[in-house]
Design a protein around this ligand. Structure first.
Ligand SMILES: *[C@@H]1O[C@H](CO)[C@@H](O)[C@H](O)[C@H]1NC(C)=O
Ligand SMILES: *[C@@H]1O[C@H](CO)[C@@H](O)[C@H](O)[C@H]1NC(C)=O
Ligand SMILES: *[C@@H]1O[C@H](CO)[C@@H](O)[C@H](O)[C@H]1NC(C)=O
Ligand SMILES: *[C@@H]1O[C@H](CO)[C@@H](O)[C@H](O)[C@H]1NC(C)=O
Ligand SMILES: *[C@@H]1O[C@H](CO)[C@@H](O)[C@H](O)[C@H]1NC(C)=O
Ligand SMILES: *[C@@H]1O[C@H](CO)[C@@H](O)[C@H](O)[C@H]1NC(C)=O
Ligand SMILES: *[C@@H]1O[C@H](CO)[C@@H](O)[C@H](O)[C@H]1NC(C)=O
Ligand SMILES: *[C@@H]1O[C@H](CO)[C@@H](O)[C@H](O)[C@H]1NC(C)=O
Ligand SMILES: *[C@@H]1O[C@H](CO)[C@@H](O)[C@H](O)[C@H]1NC(C)=O
Length: 458
């Protein structure tokens, strides 16, 4: 594992160390995963604002902010639960609904929307009648990540609570908040009473204030999610014809006793669809195309060209799952040259700066209406981009796997990397020097062209 030694900064060594440990034991997560070094303060904050008091309780707006940089919530979306502290009931809801009404037999006349002690709320679907909507609702529980789009990283609903306190002294904060998104993985803290929210009117001339506000913070842990890996990485380069495939059995093993029907329906439980116009979500087991890795998604990193002052990588994301279209997908990549990323072609890019001093990680995602949808397995089941890096003379090398990513996440899940000692090697030092000097000459002219090209674009 020689390439560790080429690092200069101790924290790079630390991070490489972490990723190497990960590489060695990629399927055994530890509870320490609750802390994500790439997104240390990532969390989902739930804000519960009491807007008015009513005769027997209150009306509240509940808003979820996904402050996670790269982990989004995909279909069929979130389910938020809690335990009422007293005998509260929900008279009505807008922009969301509980999944079960529970036992309301004690009520006569007007029947509550939900009488359960532990209600579970889901979002409504797009196309919900206007009079049942509230701002930021009705996206089928799908929430974008903060880096991709803060405007759609928020989800809200409104509820009218009865048999509750009617002053800030008698009302009780619900207990035991739970968030499924869609599966397990999140742990929520207790509700904490905070300074009441202030709302600025649309004309910005009047500010109103909640009667009372509490916040709940939920954090994600891959350990709790207990997911088997859902993606893997393969590598290649222009200087060696070897294509290093995803490690065998990265996400599951191929069932060799069924050669004709080689699909894995026991793989990662991620595929689900929302049935239109019913609000119901349906779990559809993944149908993964037969490969040696059995991952629903593969990321291929190809070191494509080595110019004099720049180098270029082609990234291809391939979907092997026949039962899943990934919308608003994202990729997080860690590589020491990201601080000199000059251009990305047909993907959006934003640096993620986990430690103030290191700028080696970025999030890439699709361009809206162009390649933000990664189609199900098949001829259209892939998206591609090229990344152009400016070389940092002191660090750049094709040796020891430096040009390959240190780690990659797809939709927030860590992808299985090939072992570092299998990376494509330079043929050998002697021929490398020859090729190197050839390259330098060719690259000289290309880089002139390229510089002109870049000046034209930037
Ligand atoms: C949640 O995320 C926000 C935004 O990054 C941050 O300001 C806040 O401190 C985080 N909360 C916790 C409890 O980590
Ligand atoms: C409750 O409301 C009173 C004023 O009506 C205010 O002084 C007090 O700070 C509030 N308490 C909380 C916990 O919000
Ligand atoms: C909250 O959960 C804890 C542990 O599961 C349980 O002991 C407690 O009774 C729950 N509280 C309520 C109000 O349901
Ligand atoms: C409560 O959450 C809101 C929304 O995320 C945030 O603006 C506010 O600062 C939080 N309050 C505290 C005390 O954390
Ligand atoms: C492989 O396929 C055979 C035949 O369908 C089945 O009996 C067996 O359980 C499968 N094994 C695994 C590991 O899925
Ligand atoms: C994926 O999207 C295409 C085009 O919108 C659609 O035809 C196909 O049924 C979708 N597949 C799944 C599994 O949802
Ligand atoms: C991090 O790198 C990106 C891409 O080169 C650059 O746009 C950004 O300004 C850098 N940020 C810092 C804080 O160095
Ligand atoms: C690469 O980025 C680092 C940090 O942002 C900067 O100090 C350095 O000058 C850059 N190198 C080149 C060749 O632009
Ligand atoms: C290409 O890299 C592999 C390691 O992945 C190595 O075994 C092989 O010798 C290299 N090919 C050449 C021509 O050097």
């Amino acid at each position: 594992m020689g390439f560790l030694c080429s690092s200069t900064s101790s924290s790079i060594v630390f991070k490489l160390g972490v990723s190497l440990v990960f590489l060695v034991s990629f399927s055994s997560y530890t509870p320490a995963d609750a802390y994500d070094p790439l997104d240390p303060s990532g969390n989902i904050t739930i804000k519960w604002d009491i807007i008015t008091w009513t005769g027997d309780g209150y009306v509240a707006t509940v808003t979820m902010y996904n402050f996670q940089q790269y982990r989004h919530i995909q279909a069929p979306g979130w389910t938020l639960g809690w335990s009422w502290a007293k005998r509260e009931v929900i008279w009505g809801m807008n922009g969301g609904q509980t999944t079960e009404q529970g036992d309301c037999s004690k009520f006569k006349g007007t029947i509550p929307h939900c009488c359960k002690k532990t209600p579970s709320v889901v979002d409504l679907l797009p196309g919900t009648p206007y009079n049942q909507q509230v701002a930021n609702c009705c996206r089928g529980g799908v929430i974008n990540s903060w880096a991709q789009d803060p405007a759609t990283a928020v989800s809200s609903f409104q509820l009218t609570v009865g048999q509750a306190g009617t002053t800030n002294k008698t009302v009780r904060v619900p207990k035991n908040f739970t968030l499924k998104a869609p599966g397990p993985g999140y742990t929520c803290g207790p509700g904490k009473i905070v300074k009441p929210s202030r709302f600025v009117g649309t004309d910005k001339r009047r500010v109103t204030q909640a009667m009372m506000t509490w916040n709940v913070t939920c954090t994600y842990s891959q350990f709790l999610a207990q997911r088997t890996p859902t993606c893997c990485v393969s590598l290649s380069s222009f200087y060696n014809s070897t294509i290093v495939p995803c490690p065998t059995c990265s996400c599951g093993c191929r069932n060799t006793s069924q050669p004709g029907n080689c699909v894995d329906s026991k793989g990662p439980r991620i595929a689900s669809v929302v049935v239109p116009n019913t609000g119901k979500s349906l779990y559809v087991p993944p149908l993964v195309q037969c490969t040696n890795h059995m991952c629903p998604v593969r990321i291929h990193w190809h070191v494509k060209v080595n110019y004099k002052a720049y180098w270029r990588v082609k990234v291809t994301i391939t979907n092997f799952n026949y039962n899943m279209n990934y919308s608003q997908w994202n990729l997080v990549v860690q590589h020491p040259n990201f601080d000199n990323l000059t251009q990305t072609f047909s993907f959006n890019y934003k640096p993620l700066i986990p430690y103030a001093s290191i700028n080696d990680t970025g999030i890439l995602w699709g361009v809206k209406f162009y390649n933000d949808l990664l189609m199900q397995a098949g001829p259209y089941g892939n998206v591609q981009s090229e990344l152009l890096f400016q070389k940092e003379a002191s660090a750049f090398t094709l040796e020891k796997g430096w040009a390959f990513p240190r780690r990659i996440y797809f939709n927030g899940d860590n992808c299985v990397m090939p072992p570092p000692d299998s990376y494509p090697w330079l043929p050998n030092t002697a021929s490398y020097k020859l090729i190197g000097s050839l390259f330098a000459r060719i690259a000289g002219s290309i880089s002139l062209l390229l510089t002109a090209f870049l000046h034209g674009i930037l």
